[in-house]
Design a protein around this ligand. Structure first.
Ligand code: ARG
Length: 462
């Protein structure tokens, strides 16, 4: 065990140490040190359970507990020296523990393996991320709710194909993102509940002959229960893939609003003004105020979905159980988590700070004959016309207005009657954008009254 040329954890049957390239490709300590606190948390629970089961003496367990606390504080204060020769966080922590407390450290690895250890640490890490992301998404939802509230009845154009379709309310548009983020939250919570099982005690792959209490370890670590199949437990990375899928969809949602901000903040639209705090200038064009944060958020989906694809490819076709391929799981998840967290924080800041330009929204709301559908609906309702015919008549009126260079509401009754003689004065009641949005009272529709209903429902729910 004292042979310095081979590994002190598993060097028993090795005559020489690894080639430098071998060490470089094999070591994960460069990144898995981010799981240090989860690793120590797992080891403490394991040691306490071994003592409760009489596998360790109380004094051995106490020495381990105190030693692990010292290791943790060394890591937290930056005093710990990580060693690539010790491969990963598990062996780095254990080796340091050995230096600190001696012989009992060697008993900590009883009835476990790095295979169940890494699966446990990584689940704990992902679970912590879920909890932080739950807060971040909730905060962003609140920011959208506040925007929706303050402009719940402001009119703006609604788009399909990025062409003016029908007028909608600003509040309704903001609430669309609340719905998307609400689904992200629900996906997050589903996935968190599904992954909340403890692999520890599955050992290398087959379980262990020691009389351990896996329920105790699971409870100690806040898991709902232990995993039920040791082979699956050490080779399962569904929890990481579900995290990346959830993160990809959430990042996709953020990218869509980011894109809208890029368009809306342009001089051609002026729907919103972004704050200086979330904009940048140009080194050459003094007039510029660029939506860089929005653009970067729009781009984050690239790396996050890339991570999802990468890990799916790593896992595809791996025979049971653990293979070292699986060490490639962590960097993808770490990077995706960091970037999703950053994107959410930046988006929250932008949404809180941005100003919707009510006048520009209203001016644009009526352009592009946005109330043409209201006109067609009126022909159906008031004149009992079949919708297909109403669509045709309205099309002719739009063409007439287009030629005259005016809005539908600016056509005279006489002009309209040349297209269809039964049209009467009442038609003007439906041609304003305010009337249009107010009429859309169907559940989930854009009417200000419906928007208020949804804002209240979300506020009650959060
Ligand atoms: N560093 C390894 C990983 O991240 C820990 C598990 C190593 N297990 C093994 N049998 N070599 O996957």
């Amino acid at each position: 065990m004292s042979d310095t040329s081979s590994n002190q954890m598993w060097g028993g049957r090795f005559a020489s140490g690894p080639d430098a390239i071998m060490e470089a490709i094999n070591a994960s300590i460069g990144f898995d040190q981010r799981m240090a606190s989860q690793d120590i948390q797992g080891s403490r629970a394991h040691a306490a359970m071994l003592a409760a089961q009489g596998i360790l003496t109380d004094s051995e367990a106490e020495a381990i507990r105190l030693g692990l606390l010292t290791v943790l504080s060394e890591i937290e204060t930056g005093k710990f020296e990580f060693s690539a020769a010790l491969e990963d966080i598990h062996m780095n922590v254990e080796a340091r523990l050995k230096t600190l407390i001696g012989e009992p450290a060697g008993r900590l690895h009883t009835a476990r393996s790095r295979n169940d250890q890494v699966a446990t640490d990584f689940r704990l890490w992902v679970r912590d991320q879920y909890d932080a992301l739950d807060d971040a998404i909730t905060a962003l939802i609140r920011a959208f709710l506040d925007q929706a509230q303050s402009g719940y009845d402001w009119v703006m154009p609604g788009f399909t194909h990025l062409q003016t379709a029908q007028p909608v309310t600003w509040g309704h548009h903001m609430m669309a993102y609340v719905e998307m983020l609400g689904r992200d939250l629900s996906r997050l919570r589903d996935a968190r509940a599904r992954m909340n099982e403890c692999p520890l005690g599955s050992a290398a792959l087959a379980g262990t002959s020691f009389n351990i209490d896996r329920h105790m370890t699971a409870a100690e670590l806040g898991f709902a229960r232990p995993t039920s199949n040791s082979l699956d437990a050490v080779s399962d990375r569904d929890f990481a893939l579900e995290f990346l899928s959830f993160a990809s969809i959430c990042a996709m949602h953020l990218s869509r609003f980011a894109e809208e901000l890029v368009i809306w903040s342009s001089a051609q639209f002026r729907f919103v003004t972004l704050s200086d705090r979330f904009s940048t200038g140009s080194s050459i064009m003094p007039q510029k105020k660029n939506p860089d944060a929005a653009e970067l958020i729009r781009a984050k989906i690239g790396r996050i979905f890339g991570a999802n694809v990468a890990l799916m490819m790593v896992m595809k076709g791996l025979s049971l159980t653990y293979s070292k391929d699986m060490q490639e799981d962590k960097e993808q998840v770490f990077d995706a988590a960091d970037n999703l967290m950053l994107a959410l924080a930046a988006m929250e800041g932008m949404v809180k700070d941005m100003t919707a330009n009510r006048d520009a929204l209203a001016a644009s709301a009526g352009s592009g004959f946005s109330t043409a559908t209201d006109l067609a609906d009126w022909l159906v309702r008031a004149l009992n016309m079949p919708f297909r015919d109403a669509h045709h008549v309205t099309g002719s009126l739009v063409a007439m207005a287009e030629q005259a260079g005016c809005d539908l509401a600016e056509l005279s009754l006489e002009q309209m009657q040349t297209v269809y003689s039964d049209i009467n004065e009442d038609v003007y009641n439906v041609l304003s954008v305010e009337a249009s949005v107010a009429s859309r009272m169907s559940y989930g529709g854009t009417a200000p009254a419906q928007v208020l209903v949804q804002i209240q429902r979300w506020r009650d729910q959060l």
